[in-house]
Structure formats: C-alpha cells, structure tokens
Design a protein around this ligand. Sequence first.
Ligand code: ADP
Ligand code: MG
Length: 272
Amino acid sequence: MNAPAPTLARETNAAPVVLRAENIGVTFHGNGKPVEAIRKVDFELHQGETLAIVGPSGCGKSTLFNAIAGLLRPTSGHVDVGGVRVGDAAGHVGYMLQKDLLLPWRTVLDNVMLGLEIRKVPKPRAREIALELIKTYGLAGFEHTKPAALSGGMRQRVAIMRTLAFDPEVVLLDEPFSALDFQTRLLMQADVSRIIAERGKSAILVTHDIGEAIAMANRVLVLSARPATVRALHVVNLPREGRDPAALRTDPLFQEYFAKIWADLEKPAGVA
Ligand code: ADP
Ligand code: MG
C-alpha cells in the first residue's frame, strides 16, 4: 500500500497554495502492454517557494512535469494553478526543459522575446521587457548575439529569462542544468535560484540530482522508481543566500539532507 500523502506543507508554510496536484496518475498505452508511469501523486506548491521533485532516472519525473505544464493529460487526477484547472485553460506556468535549446537563428533578444510574441504581447512592449531582463541579468551587450557564440551558462541564462519574460505564476524546470559542466552547473543553480527569489516566483524543479535539489529548494519531494509514488517530503532549512555554491555543499546540514534523501531513494519498493 502507499504511504499516506505527506502533509508537511500545510504545517510549515503559511503562504497561499499556488499549485495543487491531486491524485496524479499517468499510464501510457502504446503498442505493447500499458506502462504505468505515475501513481497517486499529491503535492502542493506555496507562493514563493521552490519545490524540488527528485527520483531515479526513468521513474516518471518528466511525465509528471508534462502533466503539471499541461502538455499531457493525466490518466487520473488533476492540477490546479492559481485555482484554475490545467487543461481547461493554458496554465499560467513557464517551463524550461533540459533540452530547452534557444532558436539558433534568433539573437538573444529575439529568443527572450519568443514567449511574449507567442502570447501576443505587442512588439515594442515585448522588446522593452526583454531588454530590461537582459540588462538586469548581466547580458547587456549580447542582445544581438546568436546563441552559438555564447557559453553554456549564458545560454541557460537566456533560457531562464525567456521563461520569466511573460511573468508566469509558476516556473517549472526539468533537469535544466544537466547538459552543463559541473562548475557551470553549480554556478547556474545559485544564479537561477537568486533570479527566481528576486522575482518572487514559485518554482518546481525536477531533477535526479540530490545536491541540486538541496541547493535550490525549500522542500524536496522524493519519488520512488516507476511507477512514481511519493516516498517522502523533506523541508530544507539551509542558509543559502550569498554563499559560495561549493562551500554550501560542505555544510554539515547539506550533507545530512543528502544522506536522508539518498536513503529514501534507496528504499526497496513498497517501503514507506
Ligand atoms: P524521468 O523523467 O523520471 O527519467 P520519464 O517521465 O521520462 O522519466 O519516463 C517515465 C517512464 O515512462 C519511462 O519508463 C518511459 O519509458 C515511459 N514513457 C515516457 N513517455 C512515454 C510515452 N509517450 N509512451 C510510453 N512510455 C513512455
Ligand atoms: Mg526526465
């Protein structure tokens, strides 16, 4: 049997709920036998928090992400964002994928403007918003540069700007840094966390990287191997602000969280 859904969220965070996922189940019906990817997953996201969702490779994280983003209709359950059911309307979420490549033929400015154009924001206004973001986040001077001439970290920063440009209620990140080298990844984790906090966004980070989850999230939801079910929910209380991302990882608290989450991932199926 499944463990009862954790209720830590309500006990530890008084901020309003911006996203609620209830009883999410996803089964794929392909040519062969059905593949159950997700089973009865519940969680809430509070205003201003970052929730990390970790689980082993292939457990159903991206599938869950797609259900939250409204890219896939779950077999059971539903997701509400800002009280609106995802699927009935385009959820007010901005997402960034692992392979969220920038359009190579577009400049930095045009890439940041993309989401605004799709949402029919008038071009002069879109340009203004994009230029402001580019300036704020340290890419002034690169407005007319094509992505190929940027470093991996800079490209990632353009991708997060594009995600934030239309001011989504919730930011969804699916393994956003996995294509980067280790050093750049640590720096980007700190960078993106800071940007999300500065803009007062709520975020869901999907990752298989425990360290990334602890470095970036206020809470960590641990999923089992496929079909993904909720194994545990950890509250992460770690002073992160202004800290060197490498030094953060040597904090005994960081290592304590790491060991706990690692142990949750290791549990055999059926053990809550
Ligand atoms: P993760 O992101 O955790 O690595 P995914 O959500 O991508 O895992 O996949 C979970 C499981 O669902 C995998 O076994 C995968 O093969 C299967 N799966 C994903 N998408 C489909 C699909 N469209 N049709 C059939 N099976 C799928
Ligand atoms: Mg995935």
